[in-house]
Design a protein around this ligand. Structure first.
Ligand code: ITT
Length: 186
């Protein structure tokens, strides 16, 4: 299937393309924007975005991706505010909020929203538990990758090759659901 990726984030595009293209799907970044509402869950942001895109770009196959880092000891912050926190305090600010605390568990979450030509919508979810580092590490990836270590590993997401990150990440898991759906939907 030919999918338009509606995201401004080049890091997301790399991961989405890497997972979709080997399976025969074409995924191209589209220079479209949709309003991201302030909402308590990623799901609501994605549902609103899909409704808006369905109204403004009917007949297209579009994919949107909302994600965030939910830190347990911070009550889930930055979570749905991850983009805002990135633009303001950045990963260093999140580390500063955690200080020397021993409790550093966290979860990355991703919701992918697919808009179909008939206006139908499908949501796919993925999450990845892990912990927040005491200092950034690694040059790969994007966003908060350098401060997050997935469970079962000692490397940060920013130290994993892209395919390995996709193998365990929140986005990779959401993509698995999308790929299964695309396979089944012909
Ligand atoms: P679009 O809304 O245009 O897709 P965005 O960067 O604003 O791009 P999000 O709101 O989903 O996307 O992302 C919230 C923040 O979390 C943002 O700073 C991202 O860089 C970061 N983020 C998202 N996915 C991530 C991942 O897999 N690894 C590290 N950081 C990630």
């Amino acid at each position: 299937m030919e999918l338009g990726l509606v995201t401004s984030n080049a890091g997301k595009v790399r991961e989405l393309v890497a997972a979709l293209e080997p399976l025969g799907h074409t995924a191209t970044q589209r220079a479209l924007e949709y309003p991201e509402v302030q909402a308590p869950t990623l799901e609501v942001v994605v549902e609103f975005g899909l409704d808006w895109l369905a109204h403004h770009y009917p007949g297209e196959v579009l994919l949107i991706d909302d994600a965030g880092l939910f830190v347990d000891a911070l009550g889930g912050f930055p979570g749905v505010y991850s983009r805002y926190a990135w633009d303001t305090i950045g990963p260093a600010g999140v580390l500063a909020l955690l200080g020397d605390g021993e409790e550093r568990s966290a979860e990355f979450r991703c919701v992918l929203g697919l808009l179909l030509p008939d206006g139908g919508q499908r949501l796919f979810y993925g999450s990845c538990r892990g912990r927040v580092t005491r200092a950034p590490r690694g040059d790969g990836g994007f966003g908060y990758d350098s401060v997050f270590i997935p469970e079962g590993d000692e490397r940060t997401f920013a130290e994993l090759p892209l395919a390995e990150k996709n193998g365990v990440s929140h986005r990779g898991k959401a993509l698995a659901g999308l790929v299964e759906y695309l396979g089944n939907s012909g």
